[in-house]
Design a protein around this ligand. Structure first.
Ligand code: SF4
Ligand code: SF4
Ligand code: FES
Length: 575
């Protein structure tokens, strides 16, 4: 620490150049904030973080004011408390009074602030915002009437994701957040990452919910309702409910979904293994053919949409293997229906994912055949948790129920897809398995330290060395790719890109909680599950052998090599 300042008449240690808010938080002194976001430059937009500093006439915003030698700060004088309360009362003056029906009821920062500031009645009556909600997107629902103009969504969309699908328009009391040309998000450059949902303090940004259509499918009983659950969903629920990473962890989710009304529940992990093997095979072929530049992963639908819109020149370098969600959907609606001798439209398939972008992916034209979608609905983890609550299920006290056949069991590699870097390692392992020259060779993939938001690792097979990299967040991915091109590097052969920071562990469909340790805890659970898994890597998954034999003999599968592949194309959007 560099020097001390006085806070509420006690001395506290501070670092030169840090903001007052940072110093106060380190001491455990609570100062309310709304527009502040860690790692983003302060805007001073909401003024909720005001404190009193001796010798200064006006209250100062602690999130943007640096610590100074000799400072005497007071964080809870009556003047400070009144000023903060007034700000909250003004924010509430035009806010809709529909908390009971709001998606964020009970998890809304404005609600918490009103409670903390002891706001008991509406003091000011401003004209309600006349703005209409925008439900045009496949993934993100916008209700501008609930917006408190904190700018968090605008900054994450612009600075972390480089997309700027939403921005402030107009001035004064007309100011609001909107998408380009006041058109719906569906025609904007939005990549459906959901990171804006994760940072919005209110219900102004939420999921496009699929709960009702899934519930309707269950209630109507006209179709068999089949759920398939990503291993990363299991890890997040374990983290949320405090469950131990044990072998039958996923079986608790299976038990919950059966109680909700699922006819069958499958483990999506098997499709993750297929995806890993598919990308590793493409990588081996690319290396053999001496292709220029790295192969990019394509299981993140938001990254894929970003490439289609902003960097179409990279499309030929995207892996064409379908994502695990779409592999599973295709298997269900084709091979599985043939096995069961039922029509594809007699099944209703529901993916449960840590991602809102997957709702967009399921709606892509290439993922529909003869008018039938591979995946009919996608529930985020938030939506699944709501269904668990609605159905009065206590996940901690359920008897585990095994996943349904024939898609049981996945390798440890499938769990790796739950966090940043895991996919790169899993693909490297499969490249190694396919290219190693002797059984004496061992797979070594050392996870190095973070280098400016991206990581790289080398893999040696025989006399050859291959470079792998992984990066999460579009801005970081974009600048890393530019660097590779500018420096003319040819030593990187595969790049894993995830649009969400920390990969799926920080996905846009995860429970809303801004604590940075949450994604780390989820990653740890995935890694613990890897350790107790029967198969160490995707090619060890023996149930895939049976499936592949069956696919090869299926008259429906014209080419097993391309059966799980897709294509991408440049996309015109409003920018
Ligand atoms: S979903 Fe992602 S791209 Fe779309 S508006 Fe939100 S942050 Fe921007
Ligand atoms: S939509 Fe949400 S995050 Fe964006 S400015 Fe409004 S309140 Fe803030
Ligand atoms: S949190 Fe400091 S001005 Fe908004």
């Amino acid at each position: 620490m560099d020097f001390q300042i006085a806070v509420n008449n006690s001395l506290v240690d501070v670092r030169e150049g840090e903001t007052l808010l940072t110093a106060l938080r380190r001491q455990g002194i609570k100062v309310p904030t709304l527009c502040h976001m860690n790692r983003f430059s302060p805007t001073g937009a909401c003024r909720l973080c005001v404190v009193e500093v001796e010798g200064k006439r006006d209250l100062i915003t602690s999130c943007s004011y640096p610590v100074e030698k000799g400072m005497k700060v007071f964080t809870n004088t009556q003047r400070v408390i009144k000023a903060r309360k007034l700000i909250v009362e003004m924010l509430l003056s035009n806010h809709p009074d529909d908390c009971l029906y709001c998606e964020r009821n009970g998890n809304c920062e404005l609600q918490w602030l009103a409670d903390e500031m002891n706001v008991k009645e509406r003091k000011f009556f401003a004209k309600k915002n006349p703005y209409f909600p925008d439900g045009s997107s496949t993934s993100v629902f916008r209700d501008p009437a609930k917006c408190v103009l904190c700018s968090r969504c605008v900054r994450i969309c612009e600075e972390t994701q480089l997309v700027t699908a939403i921005d402030f328009i107009s001035r004064g009391n007309q100011m609001r957040v909107n998408s380009a040309f006041n058109k719906g998000l569906n025609v904007s450059s939005c990549i459906n990452c959901g990171q804006c949902i994760m940072v919005c303090p209110t219900g102004a940004l939420t999921d496009i919910s699929h709960i009702e259509k899934v519930q309707a499918a269950i209630d109507k009983k006209k179709k068999e309702v089949l759920f398939f659950v990503s291993p990363s969903v299991t890890a997040s629920l374990a983290e949320h409910y405090g469950l131990k990473p044990e072998k039958n962890l996923g079986e608790l989710i299976c038990a919950a979904l059966k109680k909700i009304g699922a006819d069958k529940v499958f483990d999506l992990g098997m499709a993750s293994d297929i995806n890993i093997l598919g990308e590793a095979k493409q990588l081996a072929l690319r290396i053999k053919n001496g292709a220029q530049g790295p192969l990019f992963s394509s299981c993140c639908p938001s990254w894929v949409k970003y490439v289609e819109e902003f960097r179409p020149e990279l499309i030929p370098s995207l892996a064409t293997t379908k994502s695990p969600q779409q592999i599973f959907g295709k298997l269900l609606k084709t091979w599985y229906t043939k096995q069961r001798k039922v029509m594809p439209d007699s099944l209703y398939s529901v993916a449960v994912m840590p991602c809102v972008g997957k709702k967009f992916e399921a709606s892509r034209e290439e993922m529909t055949h003869k008018g039938i979608s591979e995946v009919d609905a996608v529930l985020t983890i938030r939506e699944l948790m709501r269904m668990i609550r609605t159905n009065g299920i206590d996940l901690r006290n359920l008897e585990p129920v095994p996943f349904d056949e024939p898609f049981q069991g996945c390798s440890a590699a499938a769990w790796k897809l739950g966090y940043a870097g895991g996919k790169a390692e899993a693909v490297a392992q499969e490249l190694f398995e396919s290219m190693k020259t002797s059984d004496k060779e061992t797979f070594k993939f050392i996870m190095p330290k973070n280098i400016a938001g991206r990581r790289e690792s080398k893999l040696t097979i025989g006399k050859k060395t291959f470079g792998f990299a992984w990066v999460s967040g579009i801005e970081k991915a974009n600048s890393y790719i530019n660097q590779l091109i500018d420096q003319g590097r040819t030593d990187i052969h595969y790049v894993e890109v995830m649009a969400c920071l920390e990969g799926c562990a920080g996905g846009g469909g995860q429970p809303i909680n801004r604590l940075p340790e949450k994604p780390r805890n989820r990653k740890k659970i995935c890694q613990d599950m890897e350790k107790i898994n029967h198969w160490a890597n995707a090619s060890e998954n023996s149930s895939l052998e049976k499936l592949n034999r069956s696919l090869k003999n299926s008259p429906d599968v014209d080419n097993p090599e391309t059966y799980f592949h897709t294509h991408f194309q440049p996309r015109e959007v409003l920018k």
